[in-house]
Ligand binder design. Structure first.
Ligand code: UN1
Length: 496
């Protein structure tokens, strides 16, 4: 059995606790990938102390040179794409076609970050006074604590770690307990690309110990967390109390709306991918399908036929459409919501049970599930499930569809199928989400655009694109007075 280590203070080390946990393949729980450190607070303390030193060195490295390292990281990821996709599927289950996409998102993010090293624009603006210049520019902040989920084991760490590094910060990284292998390989690649070792620290373990220790550490200046809204609330309380910069990316209850004038066949392709891609375990997953009365029955009957034909299985085997969910807790959560849906009187149209069969019995497989006649306001319709469960809601008008879309506490992504350009623009204005797709499903955000949601999905920050560089740097303003005399500010000289 391979025993993996943390990467702390420039070397691969055992955890101070001496404790480990097994990382298993969710498609076959007899397949143990390795044993990973169940670290403690002491490991985080050592990591942060080293990252402080790394920061002193890295912040002085010119941003274009920092970008060069990230370009090399992108090259290495591209070179090892197939191998990383395979190990990622083995540890978290989604099919190879999806894990290849996950690696590609990391590669795209690397090249974007590399080029940002030659931008990181500030502003130069006219001063109010003569012989004086005024400008703003960006400074690195310090040690960044990065806590990431299992569903995009490479892409999400790259969304956070690349801009953090490009801006000159050092990083303490804790990947989700379900995907420590991808996290390990990612750190190996950062080092191979030439990142100074003290700039990246990897501490494996549980959220409640390692995650909490990172968030609570006084020398961690900023935190970026993707995960549940409940945990995000706890992280937020600590960061608020300690005045830390915090980016949160949390739950979703994303809806696809199909109006009577929409392209039904296109919408069916979209919802199959949006609801059951990654077994429904994307923050952006389509978990509600809002159908206008005229197309409701037709779309639903065609959709059910297509869903029944989806092939569950090992994501490393050809022909698999849907892999397992991540672990037993995830299965239990789905089961709880299927019970809730039935108790609330929704119609279970397909799925609704664990998948049976020789090979499926070894893993955490759940049949793709559709409920119809789901009532707006019911728990099934309101709460995030993070599994292959789709709730269908019937509405009479576009306005009613928009209201149902908006009447949840989350606001990450939404989607509208219509052929009416006016309704499409109305949706962009009126749907309360960080992202709205027209004639495409709720998943599939592009790496170079800002990603994030409104309401309880986030706390106002965005990942990806140009905006994320503001989160990972602090704006500073410089005034240069070359008049040779004391010029008081304009407010002190203003003619009455
Ligand atoms: C997530 O599920 O947290 O837009 C990220 C998408 C992907 C990223 C999802 N590019 O579906």
């Amino acid at each position: 059995m391979r025993i993996f280590k943390n990467f702390v203070a420039g070397s691969w080390v055992e955890p101070s606790t001496g404790a480990h946990f097994d990382n298993v393949n969710p498609a076959d729980t007899t397949d143990v990938i390795g044993r990973f450190p169940l670290s403690g607070r002491e490991d985080v303390d050592r990591a942060v102390a080293s990252a402080r030193q790394g920061f002193e060195q890295w912040k002085r490295t010119p941003a274009p040179a920092r970008g060069d390292v990230l370009r090399k990281v992108g090259d290495l990821l591209a070179h090892r794409k197939e191998e990383i996709a395979d190990l990622m599927t083995r540890e978290m289950g989604k099919p190879l076609a999806e894990t290849r996409g996950d690696v590609q998102e990391g590669i795209d993010t690397a090249y974007y970050a590399a080029s940002e090293g030659r931008r990181l624009f500030g502003h130069t603006v006219p001063s109010e006074l003569r012989s004086k210049w005024a400008m703003s520019f960006r400074r690195p902040i310090g040690v960044a604590g990065i806590i990431t989920p299992f569903n995009f084991p490479l892409a999400i760490p790259t969304w956070k770690i690349f801009p953090a590094l490009l801006c000159g910060n050092s990083v303490v990284f804790k990947p989700a307990e379900d995907v420590p292998h991808t996290g390990t390989v990612f750190v190996e690649i950062l080092l191979e690309a030439g990142l100074p070792p003290a700039v990246i620290q990897l501490v494996h373990g549980a959220g409640a110990t390692v995650g909490a220790a990172i968030v609570e550490h006084p020398n961690v200046a900023l935190v970026s967390f993707t995960g549940s809204t409940a945990t995000g609330g706890i992280v937020g309380q600590t960061c608020g109390r300690m005045h830390k910069r915090l980016s949160l990316e949390m739950g979703g209850k994303n809806a696809m709306i199909v109006l009577d004038d929409g392209d039904i066949d296109l919408a069916i392709e979209g919802v199959l991918w949006g609801a059951f891609g990654t077994a429904g375990q994307r923050c952006t997953a389509t978990s509600r399908l809002i159908l206008q009365t005229g197309i409701h029955d037709d779309l639903l009957s065609k959709l059910i036929d297509r869903v029944r034909a989806l092939k569950l299985g090992d994501g490393r085997k050809d022909g698999t459409d849907i892999g397992p969910v991540i672990n037993d807790q995830a299965i239990k959560k789905v089961e709880r919501y299927v019970d809730i849906g039935q108790a609330e009187g929704a119609d279970l149209l397909c799925g609704g049970r664990r998948a049976e069969g020789k090979s499926l019995g070894k893993g955490h497989f759940y049949e793709p599930t559709i409920f119809a006649r789901v009532k707006p306001g019911s728990r099934l319709e309101q709460e995030e499930i993070f599994g292959p469960v789709l709730s269908v809601i019937r509405v009479r008008t576009a306005d009613e569809a928009f209201t149902v879309n908006n009447d949840v506490k989350y606001g990450l992504s939404s989607s509208l199928y219509t052929r009416d350009v006016g309704t499409a623009f109305q949706a962009l204005n009126d749907l309360d989400n960080g992202i709205t797709y027209i004639n495409a499903p709720t998943i599939g955000a592009e790496a170079h655009l800002p990603f994030g949601g409104v309401k309880q999905t986030g706390n106002g920050h965005r990942e990806g694109g140009w905006e994320v560089y503001e989160f990972y740097s602090e704006t500073k303003v410089g005034y240069i007075d070359f008049s040779g005399s004391l010029q008081r500010a304009q407010i002190d000289n203003y003619p009455t």
